[in-house]
Ligand binder design. Structure first.
Ligand SMILES: [Zn+2]
Length: 193
């Protein structure tokens, strides 16, 4: 019996769907990983630049608008100027930030992987599930997924099988906030049926 902790981590920035004035239709825009910084006195604007996949037309998403320089950390400001890749990606995977910019997120193309507590990528097929295991999955990025679908992915079974296992009390799914806990009450061969 073990407690396992897994984190759901997006594979990269989310695409956004936006009306492209270059193409004159709605297109998928992708994160360029570049920032635009405009300093006016002690007021600072920062944008993250997205680009139409088709015609390279750009769309700036606002990170800071007329923000007092004192309220932006020196570290973050340095990263904006250096087009820090990790920072651009962090904003590109942030539902809150994208939502504030009123853009539609291309949720269907969001892919993710699982990492253990040390940040190492975990292959689900290699996990040796043992009856009594409690698997905690942190979905801190807030990826929208039904918990039954998540359990199905983790165990490598169908969603209807998960439903059936839950009805038979062989599998339990609990969720609290952004954490989901899966409790296995039987060995995987039996779970897989
Ligand atoms: Zn375009």
């Amino acid at each position: 019996m073990e407690e396992r902790k897994l984190r759901m981590v997006p594979d990269g920035s989310f695409g956004i769907l936006y009306h492209c004035s270059g193409c004159n239709v709605r297109r998928r825009f992708i994160n360029t990983g570049r920032f635009r910084v405009n300093a006016n006195g002690n007021r600072i604007d920062v944008w993250l630049i997205y680009q139409c996949e088709k015609c390279k037309h750009t769309k700036n998403l606002t990170i800071y608008e007329r923000q007092s320089a004192k309220r932006i950390s020196k570290e973050e400001y340095r990263k904006f100027l250096a087009n820090d890749e990790a920072l651009a990606e962090r904003y590109g995977m942030d539902f809150g930030f994208l939502g504030q910019n009123r853009v539609m997120i291309d949720e269907e193309t969001i892919r993710w992987h699982y990492e253990d507590g040390e940040g190492k990528s975990v292959a689900l097929k290699e996990i040796d599930w043992i009856p009594g295991d409690r698997v905690f999955i942190d979905n801190e990025f807030g990826i929208r997924i039904r918990r039954e679908k998540l359990a199905a992915d983790l165990l490598g079974v169908s969603r209807s099988r998960v439903q059936c296992l839950m009805e038979q009390d062989m599998l339990e799914i609990q969720s609290t906030g952004k954490q989901i806990c899966i409790i296995l009450r039987n060995c995987l061969e039996k779970l897989r049926g």
